[in-house]
Design a protein around this ligand. Structure first.
Ligand code: CLF
Ligand code: SF4
Length: 493
């Protein structure tokens, strides 16, 4: 087992930057410029330079880096059947009202305030709550303001694609390296079931004609971005019996046109949100249906599996939302950017990542060597840093990994209700937690009590807290190889 070389406690919202200290067992120099970057072997160096700090474009980076969204773009030019304008854009956020819409000036103040307090911050995204390309003036002005004050912050937008081709040259000029297009269909017949209308060229279109125009603009936008070397992620909402099988075709089309990642997200359909799908009884997929589709997509465009469908005003690591700490009424007076915390954090993370990459590579090698075709699913309670560092009762989500003869892969996450509230176990929620862990073989957490452990065992799930604060892959490797009678090799620090 690999010992922590740094304390990554600040990867939670409740801990402070002061706890970011290298521990005695440091494996090398403290500088991130010593040539060891933590780059995975299978990633091109030029691409790695663009994604290594982007929590959405790199699964590995999402353990360390945070994004923030500013809700400066409320207007939208299409209607999706999974969206109610009163709620966040479902392209990039779970439904829930945006706390406050911002002007570009207000957005700049908020970005500076967050950058001063959240050292993990690496990306500023504009993901609505409408469409970032349709509400272009505010998107562009915000990016220009922020670029001047915090030049190293990555800029990122999410769009439905209809207005995208009009702005690709400006995105390239502004050095926006990451764009997301939500593409739910490549067949207008399917599209007509998802989009009742679009507004394009001063006209409203409906039905198949609307879907055809949207499709053509999305493909054109993607091709223009690829031609300029801008990394493009495709988000697709999986809508059972509407486009689930069709997403295989979508995956092929976007791969052919140079998409960097394909992120399939489950439809969120709740009648309380007032969406067409919610009110008409269209259901979303369950966790196992999502996994089955993602497994079918393997081998096509590279998949993103760690999306959290975050709000259009989200702040923090993926999976946490610190937006309420940075509402405008809490940002008083002049705010001036101070780069110190972010720079210091990056140095510590460079250390940790290098150690993690080595430990992970060794763990994956051991699992492959176990030579078993039987996969095991692990649900891990973590607060980040690629470590098992969350108590079972404090977990609001579990990260799911699959170990098999192919190695160890991140599969997704399962959201759960908190089992432990205010120091007391909520027995009533345990049934829901266990249901959310359907199909899981082993739960890994920093600590678990006997009561939930026994109930998990009754449901056929083993809960283990013996690997507290170890790297996730190291623990999985030890358990997987033990399961199949292969002794793990000695770990390196
Ligand atoms: Fe925001 Fe989107 Fe940029 Fe990320 S989110 S604009 S690419 S910085 Fe990320 Fe959130 Fe999923 Fe989006 S987890 S919803 S994929
Ligand atoms: Fe809603 Fe976003 Fe669709 Fe516009 S693009 S209708 S804001 S989900």
């Amino acid at each position: 087992m690999s010992a922590p070389i740094v304390s990554l406690e600040p990867l939670t919202s409740t801990t402070t930057f002061d706890k970011l200290r290298p521990l005695a067992k440091s494996g090398g120099c403290a500088s991130s410029s010593c040539g060891v970057s933590g780059k995975p072997d299978n990633v091109d160096p030029a691409v790695w330079g663009k994604i290594k700090d982007h929590p959405c474009f790199s699964e590995e980076a999402h353990h360390y880096f945070a994004r923030m969204h500013v809700a400066v773009a409320p207007a939208c030019n299409i209607q999706c059947n999974y969206c109610n304008r009163k709620y966040d854009c479902a392209n990039e956020s779970r439904p829930g009202v945006v706390s406050e819409k911002l002007t570009p000036d207000q957005a700049l103040r908020k970005v500076i305030a967050v950058a001063n307090e959240v050292p993990q911050l690496s990306v500023l995204g504009i993901a609505g709550p409408g469409d970032a390309c349709y509400d272009w003036k505010k998107t562009k002005t915000t990016f220009e303001y922020v670029r001047k004050e915090i030049p190293d912050l990555k800029l990122c937008i999410s769009t439905n694609g209809l207005a995208l081709p009009d702005h690709v040259p400006e995105l390239a000029d502004m050095d926006v390296e990451h764009v997301t297009i939500t593409i739910n269909m490549v067949d207008p017949q399917v599209g007509a079931k998802i989009y009742p209308w679009i507004f394009f060229d001063q006209r409203r279109y409906t039905g198949i004609e609307a879907a055809r125009i949207l499709h053509e603009r999305q493909m054109l936008g993607l091709e223009m971005l690829s031609a300029r070397g801008i990394l493009t992620k495709i988000n697709s909402v999986m809508i059972p019996r509407v486009n689930d099988d069709h997403l295989i075709e979508v995956n092929k089309w976007v791969k052919e046109r140079g998409a960097f990642l394909h992120n399939v997200m489950p439809l969120i359909s709740d009648p309380a949100h007032g969406t067409h799908y919610g009110l008409s009884g269209q259901r979303g997929p369950n966790a196992m249906e999502m996994k089955a589709l993602q497994d079918r997509l393997e081998g096509g465009a590279q998949l993103m599996r760690h999306c959290r469908q975050c709000r259009a005003d989200a702040v923090g690591l993926l999976g946490e939302d610190r937006g309420q700490e940075f509402t405008l009424d809490r940002i008083s007076g002049d705010v001036t950017y101070d780069a110190n915390k972010r720079e210091a954090y990056r140095e510590v993370v460079a250390h940790e990542r290098r150690d993690h990459v080595a430990a992970k590579s060794q763990a994956i090698g051991q699992v492959k060597a176990a030579d078993s075709r039987k996969p095991l699913l692990f649900a891990v309670a973590t607060r980040g840093g690629s470590r098992i560092n969350e108590h079972f009762g404090h977990a609001e989500e579990f990260h799911v990994y699959e170990a098999s003869s192919r190695g160890i892969g991140f599969v997704g996450h399962r959201k759960v209700e908190l089992y432990c509230l205010g120091g007391w176990a909520e027995k009533a929620t345990l049934g829901g937690v266990i249901a959310a862990l359907e199909g899981i073989d082993i739960v890994l957490c920093a600590k678990i009590g006997n009561c939930p452990k026994d109930q998990l065992a009754e449901a056929g799930i083993r809960a283990i807290d013996a690997y507290s604060h170890d790297y996730i892959e190291t623990a999985i490797s030890a358990l997987y190889t033990a399961e199949f009678g292969v002794q793990p090799l000695a770990a390196t620090a």
